[in-house]
Design a protein. Structure first.
Ligand code: GYE
Length: 333
């Protein structure tokens, strides 16, 4: 079993990484074992879907960087269904691609297909989301620390509450990402960690349900939350899109998002920043989707038998509402 926390202590795993990459090279099943780049690298990429603005930006980044790197990209969109991703990976194995990269929809269920890739000596690079499989089955993860994003969301909520002059108990509704997905599990975990350690007596999660990372899901679930809990003080949404859907539900219920209900989201897509500059979102924890350039570098290194770290982390910032107007023109996604 592997989780992101293990990654932190898994520096020794680099040796295993190098071993896997070296196998791919020695076996000769890769298209170019010389490392000289005479033949384009074929990369099979199995994407989660197109559920959010973050995902669209991520897909664009992967496609543009693969082109820039001169790779042949086999791209598949799983429409948020793990079974579609498994079929896509099997087809990449059958096509004998050089490297497989994917962002697993959920954390479980990958062992069999990852073993098939390993048997075919095709290195697998995880990007964005991680899996709960044995770490010998993939080379590295290129992506964010979602647990830390959850912690950062709780810490920025402290500031938001202070600025709003909120006193006393805080009733929190949580819109969770896709059930079983790493960012949903870990953002909830990080948030709760801070809450349990520092706000046991004053904060309470009164409602928590998945909105599947979509705008429609966020709207629908928020409608139900408002009916069962009309006195919610705060919404923590695991992504901007669900927060944006929830804003529609809050407005339809005659309340002011950002005032009557304080809102913290994760991602930092343009639409999120627009809503924040209109006062409807109070703070955003950034999660950077522009992973393409780093991913292509890793793919190239792995294909050439080089060493990479077990977890290549993305750098991110947090934004309060008063920074939104200035930051908006600089947002790249
Ligand atoms: O936060 C959400 C997307 O896995 C980090 O997936 C990604 C998440 C992102 O649908 O908007």
């Amino acid at each position: 079993m592997l989780n992101r926390r293990n990654f932190l202590t898994a520096a020794v795993g680099v040796a295993a990484t190098a071993g896997l990459a070296a196998c791919a090279k020695e076996d000769g099943s890769s298209s170019d074992s010389s490392g000289g780049g005479s033949k384009a690298i074929t990369l099979g990429f199995a994407q989660v879907g197109s559920e959010s603005g973050w995902r669209t930006a991520n897909t664009d980044s992967v496609k543009a960087s693969a082109k820039e790197a001169g790779f042949k990209l086999q791209f598949s969109d799983a429409q948020q269904k793990p079974e579609n991703q498994i079929s896509a990976i099997r087809s990449f194995i059958a096509q004998k691609v050089d490297v497989i990269a994917f962002s697993p929809v959920v954390v479980t269920g990958w062992d069999a297909v990852l073993k098939e890739a390993q048997a075919a000596k095709i290195p697998v690079v995880l990007t964005d989301r991680s899996v709960d499989s044995d770490e010998s089955l993939f080379v590295t993860l290129v992506g964010s620390d979602f647990t830390d994003e959850g912690r950062r969301a709780a810490k920025i909520l402290e500031k938001v509450l202070e600025q709003a002059g909120h006193k006393g108990k805080v009733k929190i509704a949580q819109l969770e990402g896709t059930t079983g997905a790493a960012p949903a599990i870990e953002r909830a975990k990080g948030f709760k960690e801070v809450m349990d350690a520092e706000h046991k007596d004053d904060w309470e999660i009164v409602a928590s349900q998945t909105g599947d990372f979509t705008r429609a899901g966020g709207k629908q679930v928020m409608q139900a939350f408002l009916q069962s809990n009309p006195d919610i003080d705060v919404l923590f949404a695991h992504n901007d899109d669900m927060g944006l859907g929830a804003i529609q539900a809050i407005e339809a219920a005659g309340k002011k998002p950002g005032k009557d209900i304080l809102i913290v989201t994760v991602d930092g897509v343009k639409d999120g920043f627009v809503a924040m500059s209109e006062g409807k979102i109070n703070a955003i924890v950034e999660c950077n989707p522009l992973l393409g350039p780093q991913l292509m570098e890793v793919v190239k290194t792995v294909h050439e038998g080089g060493k990479v770290e077990r977890w290549i982390k993305t750098e991110e910032s947090d934004f309060m509402q008063d920074q939104a107007k200035d930051a908006l023109p600089t947002r790249k996604y």
